[in-house]
Structure formats: structure tokens, C-alpha cells
Design a protein around this ligand. Structure first.
Ligand code: ZN
Length: 537
């Protein structure tokens, strides 16, 4: 199906949804169109990827050349087939391929798992296809939607993705307490309500809970019921709730993952219990909200202090997961860089750009008057925050990759690769970064279900979610960006862009990563033709 026809189908679905819900005329999300005949090849009865250097996701050193054999959607063999510069004879290698990929000189790694995602948004990027293709074009084969969108929409898209009816990563659907049609006119007021809602959302087919700030008795009920039902949990402990529930309190109640950092510093304050906000602080003023939070970096004693070590020990014992989302706040330390990122011109929809543009209403558009002092506070904050996350990793704690893209100048897909770069900045070796982005993400998703993951590592028996990358991502994570890394070609004397991800393979189906990104550029072109270029400022 051509992109134009898909777009018409999407519009048709949109029109149907819109008329069915005519009483609410606001913009709404558009489900991804059905996968076209030319979108993705396979699965194959026997796909062999030949001669690649393998990064398996566990933290093991790369090894190559290997031949990877995939039957339908399962990896059945990973064979070492020689030594660098010396490969074994053809007839000793796996045979009978129904499809082969020649990956000599290239790298294979597991598909990336982004643990904090939202599928666009009704006003900023309503077509789910746009977000999905940016993700898949960046090698993201699984996402934790927190939430992806409204409950019905998320669960229906999750099921369609699981059946490979659409071009999309696997979707793990986490929802906010009180969400869902049956609860539209209800509120969670008591612990019993909390438990009832968790049972409801489990029945609906959710994978877990995206928590915010709740008083302790509600939090306890939500987490306890979720654990009994095998649902996962991740919390953004909003600043309005951390005085009652910091990260340490939540971890003790059985929270699975802390996303962002809210409640972390508050667990280690030296001279305060509540953050000493300016007296004119107003949480609905987002420059206050995002400017002040960085002013915590010097409220704790810091690396090596008693509270620092005790918190790391406790988190490690509890098997707690940190999903820092460093990238989503990075404009705070250098707004000019993120506003002018290489990719906005070609990949950012004008409607998404409008959402990023300073204004009082859009979440994360808080650049009312951002100052050098604000950026310095954020630079200091990052130093301390990154030390904590790196120390946690060094003690054996689990750290995952989550982007939260779609806010604060961060674009889907690109933001996930930025997050990986920032883990390296925090002190992770690139192999530790890739493990965070693959095996550790999978573990955090499957642990609550009481099952071993079948994604996140390349070894026989695992689902075939993997990437074929032209250059070595350990040498330079930037090669994973859709816009590549800049390199001087000494033969031509001209700068060029690295090629990056060739194929994103999800569930045994091979997607041409460059084609996915070309589709996105076309969607951006089409919207620009309708309503003009990005508004510069
Ligand atoms: Zn989020």
C-alpha cells in the first residue's frame, strides 16, 4: 500500500471514530494504518544473517563473524563461523536459507526497548504511524507506553502490533490509576477503590501501572494488588506528592521502577524534609516547576555519604529499577542545542514543533525566560544525578533506557538514542548502555509477570527482535541516530553522514530502517505543504 493510500485509510478511520463520538469534537489519535504489502518482509521459514559481529545484549564482549539463524520469529542458532579475517568453509556453515542477509563487517544487536514512551498526542502528533516509524527507524522494537494513549486505543494498538498488522514496536501498556471507560465517572478515594481499579485494568489486559503521586494508603493498595495480579509498576513521583511519598518510601511499598528522578534527592536531604521552594513557587508555572527542581543538587551530602550509600544498598536489595530519562530534561542545561537539533527540520511535524514552542500551556514548553543560571543549576544537577545512577549500576542495580520523547524538544526515536548517549556520559561503558537498552529493559518488563524474558538478548530460543547496523555502535552510539554521525571522508575531502541502522527486525519481520525514516519525512513534508514550515524563533 502506498503511503498516500494508507493516509486516506487513516483519514477514513479517523472520520469513523470522529462521527461515532460526535459529542466530543476535540482532536484525537489516529490508529496506525494496516501494514502494507511492501512494509516489512517475512517472517521467513529460515532467515540467515551472515558474518556479523554480535553484541548480544548481556554485556558480553562482541564476537564475530557469526551466522544467526532465525526460523519464523525465533532465533534458533547463533554460530561462530571463524575469526576476524578467517572464515570457515561455506559447507560447514548453516545452510538452507530461504532468505539471507549479508552482514559482513556489520553489527547485530538486540532491538532497543524504550521504557518510557507516549505515542504522540492528539494535538501534537495524532497519527500513531508517525511515532511508530520514528521508533522502528531507530531500532526500537519494544516500548513501555506510560500510557501510550487512552486505555482502549493503547490496548487495541498493542494487540494489532502483537499480530504484526501494523508497523510498530511491541507495546507494553501501563496505565494511570482511574483511567479507562468504566472509571470515567469514578474516582479512587479509598484503598478499596484502588484495588478495584487495579483488578479492572488487569482484566482489560494492561501490563502494568503508571503511577503518580498518591497518599501512602492508596499507593500501598495499588502496589499490593498489582503485585498479586502480576502487573508491573513505574512511578513518576510528582513534585506535589514527594513530601508524602519519596522514592525510598515507594520502593519499600514494592514499586518496580522509578522513572525520572522525582523523590530521589528528597530521600537523601540533609537539612530539609520538604524542598525549600521559593515562597512565590507555583507548580502550574512550568518555569518554576522545571527550573526549581534542579536546585536540589546541593541539598544532599552527595556521593559516598551515609544516606547516599544506604539508599543505594536498599534499592539494590529490593531489586528496584531506575529509569532515569536523562534525555528529556537535557534542554534544561543547553536549550539552544536541543532547539536546534539536526533532526527537527526534516523529522519534526509542525504541530509537534508548536507544542515545543514556549507557551504557558503545553507541558514542557517552559522557556518563558530561561537564563544562564537555570542552565548552570541543571548542569550541576546532572553531575550529581548521573553519579547516583552510575553508582547504582556499579552495585549491580538495574538501570533502563526510557526517553519520554514528545516533550521539551525531544523527538520520538532520536530521544531514545540521546538517552543512551547520556548513560555513557554518566559513566556507563557502551556495553553497559546497550545492556540497559535491551536485556535490562526486558527483565524489568517480564519480572512482574514471573516469566523469563523472550526478548532483549540474542541467543537461541529468543524472539527475533534485532538490528543490523552498518557501523560499530560501541565505538559511537551516534551511528544509531536516523541522521547518523558526521564523519570526514578523507578520500573526497567532504563530510558525510554514517549509514547507521540498516534493518530493524521485529518478530522475524525485516524492516528497512531507512524506508521507515523516509516515510516519516514524507509525513512531515505533507503537513508542511498543508500548513507551512516550522515557525522559527
Ligand atoms: Zn512521560
Amino acid at each position: 500500500m502506498t503511503l498516500r493510500i494508507q493516509r486516506l485509510c487513516a483519514l477514513f478511520i479517523f472520520a469513523l471514530t470522529a462521527s461515532a463520538l460526535a459529542q466530543d469534537d476535540g482532536p484525537r489519535m489516529v490508529p496506525a494504518p494496516d501494514r502494507g504489502a511492501d512494509e516489512g518482509e517475512g517472517p521467513f521459514s529460515r532467515l540467515i544473517i551472515r558474518g556479523a559481529t554480535l553484541i548480544d545484549g548481556t554485556g558480553a564482549p562482541p564476537i564475530g563473524p557469526v551466522d544467526i539463524v532465525i526460523e519464523n520469529n525465533v532465533i534458533v542458532d547463533v554460530d561462530s563461523v571463524g575469526y576476524p579475517g578467517l572464515e570457515i568453509e561455506e559447507d560447514e556453515r548453516p545452510t538452507d536459507a530461504t532468505r539471507e542477509i549479508d552482514a559482513h563487517g556489520q553489527y547485530v544487536m538486540p532491538g532497543i526497548i524504550d521504557m518510557h514512551t507516549h505515542t504522540g498526542g492528539a494535538t501534537k502528533a495524532p497519527a500513531a504511524e508517525y511515532t511508530y516509524k520514528l521508533w522502528m527507524g531507530h531500532g526500537i522494537t519494544a516500548v513501555r507506553g506510560v500510557p501510550s494513549s487512552a486505555v482502549d486505543f493503547s490496548l487495541s494498538e498493542k494487540a494489532r502490533s502483537a499480530r504484526n498488522e501494523i508497523v510498530a514496536p511491541r507495546i507494553f501498556s501501563y496505565h494511570r490509576p482511574g483511567s479507562g471507560d468504566a472509571w470515567e465517572d469514578r474516582k479512587i478515594l479509598t484503598a478499596d477503590d484502588a484495588r478495584e481499579w487495579v483488578r479492572y485494568i488487569a482484566d482489560e489486559g494492561a501490563d502494568g501501572l503508571k503511577l503518580g503521586s498518591y497518599r501512602p494508603v492508596i499507593m500501598e493498595a495499588l502496589l499490593d494488588e498489582a503485585q498479586q495480579l502480576g502487573l508491573g509498576s513505574t512511578a513518576h513521583l510528582g513534585q506535589r506528592g514527594v513530601a508524602q511519598m519519596n522514592a525510598q518510601d515507594a520502593a519499600r511499598l514494592g514499586l518496580g521502577t522509578l522513572t525520572h528522578y522525582y523523590g530521589l534527592f528528597e530521600s537523601m536531604y540533609e537539612d530539609h524534609d520538604v524542598q525549600p521552594w521559593p515562597v512565590d513557587m507555583n507548580y502550574n508555572n512550568e518555569q518554576h516547576r522545571f527550573g526549581q527542581v534542579a536546585r536540589q543538587w546541593n541539598l544532599i551530602a552527595g556521593r559516598g555519604s551515609e544516606k547516599w550509600n544506604a539508599l543505594l544498598d536498599e534499592f539494590t536489595e529490593l531489586g528496584f529499577t531506575l529509569d532515569p530519562t536523562f534525555g528529556i530534561y537535557s534542554a534544561g542545561r543547553d536549550v539552544s542545542r536541543m532547539r536546534n537539533a539536526d533532526w527537527h527540520k526534516e523529522y519534526t511535524l509542525p504541530t509537534q514543533w508548536d507544542f515545543f514552542t514556549p507557551n504557558r500551556e503545553s507541558h514542557g514548553a517552559y522557556w518563558f525566560y530561561w537564563t544562564t543560571a537555570d542552565e548552570v543549576a541543571w548542569k550541576n544537577f546532572y553531575k550529581v544525578w548521573m553519579q547516583f545512577v552510575n553508582d547504582y549500576k556499579n552495585r549491580g542495580g538495574r538501570v533502563t533506557v526510557g526517553s519520554d520523547s514528545g516533550f521539551i524538544y525531544q523527538l520520538y526515536g532520536f530521544g531514545t538514542i540521546l538517552e543512551m548517549e547520556m548513560l555513557q556520559e554518566a559513566g556507563f561503558h557502551p556495553l553497559e548502555v546497550i545492556r540497559a537498552a535491551t536485556m535490562h529493559g526486558a527483565e524489568a518488563l517480564y519480572e512482574p509477570k514471573g516469566r523469563e524474558p523472550d526478548i532483549g538478548v540474542i541467543r537461541p530460543g529468543m524472539k527475533a527482535d534485532l538490528l543490523v547496523v552498518n557501523e560499530n555502535p560501541l565505538e559511537n552510539l551516534k551511528v544509531l541516530y536516523g541522521t547518523g554521525a558526521v564523519r570526514l571522508n578523507d578520500e573526497s575531502g567532504e563530510p558525510e553522514r554514517t549509514f547507521g541502522i540498516r534493518y530493524t527486525i521485529k518478530d522475524g519481520i525485516i524492516y528497512d530502517a531507512k524506508q521507515l525514516l523516509a516515510d516519516v519525512r514524507q509525513m512531515v513534508e505533507e503537513q508542511k505543504a498543508e500548513r507551512g514550515e516550522l515557525v522559527e524563533y
